[in-house]
Design a protein around this ligand. Structure first.
Ligand code: ADP
Ligand code: MG
Length: 195
């Protein structure tokens, strides 16, 4: 610890499956912080997760309204702080109340307010892969903050392996997850030779 678990998804549907795989492990009070550029797939991941938790109706980006709340197995607070300019704005919005011990908090652009997050949370980093040919691939890295998230990620991994395998047209070729170090890994092929 801290360690990370990384997987590359090949489609939006696979990213939703990953989100769904996390759902059975969540408890009220859990905080998940999603990071990544526009279009990285943060909302997509939340769609899979919230739907698997029983949220009804379309799960859409709260980037304009800042917050959406869904009724599900537990109340879900889906927050997007992209449009907020300062910590103060986030606090004025009632961020402390969103850290409701009875609800699950899913936070887009959570890295922008990292100092406001509880010590124990799950950070998920999403990004496009460097290859422009791979428009539908996303590299997704799960970074547990706190031991309980290490345990939960083990559970998510086996569920995700099974569901991704079942949804894939190609037979599974072993684990799709790799363990990564404490900082963002540089994937092979992303460093150009100086020569
Ligand atoms: P964000 O919330 O990070 O801005 P969205 O989830 O709203 O991103 O959008 C992601 C977009 O990328 C969607 O249009 C989705 O269909 C597309 N997409 C393509 N491939 C993937 C993938 N592997 N995972 C997630 N989204 C993908
Ligand atoms: Mg979004």
């Amino acid at each position: 610890m801290p360690r990370g678990l990384q997987v590359v998804t090949d489609s939006a549907e696979e990213t939703r499956i990953l989100g769904a795989s996390l759902a059975p492990l969540l408890l009220p009070g859990d905080v998940i912080s999603l990071t990544g550029d526009l279009g990285a797939g943060k909302t997509c991941f939340v769609q899979g997760l919230a739907t698997a938790l029983g949220a009804k109706g379309p799960i859409t980006s709260p980037s304009f309204t800042i917050v959406h709340e869904y009724e599900a197995r537990y109340p879900i607070v889906h927050l997007d702080v992209y449009r907020l300019d300062s910590f103060q704005e986030v606090l004025d919005l009632g961020f402390e109340e969103f850290l409701d011990p009875g609800a699950v908090l899913l936070l887009e652009w959570g890295d922008a307010i990292e100092p406001l997050l509880p010590r124990t949370h799950l950070r998920i980093e999403l990004r496009r892969t460097p290859d422009p040919e791979e428009d539908d691939k996303r590299e997704i890295t799960f970074r547990p903050r706190g031991e309980e998230w290490v345990r939960k990620l083990f559970g998510m991994r086996s569920t995700a392996e099974a569901l991704l395998d079942a949804a894939s047209s190609e037979p599974g070729e072993g684990s799709r997850f790799v363990e990564v170090g404490p900082t963002r890994d540089v994937r092979p092929g992303t460093i150009r030779d100086e020569a």
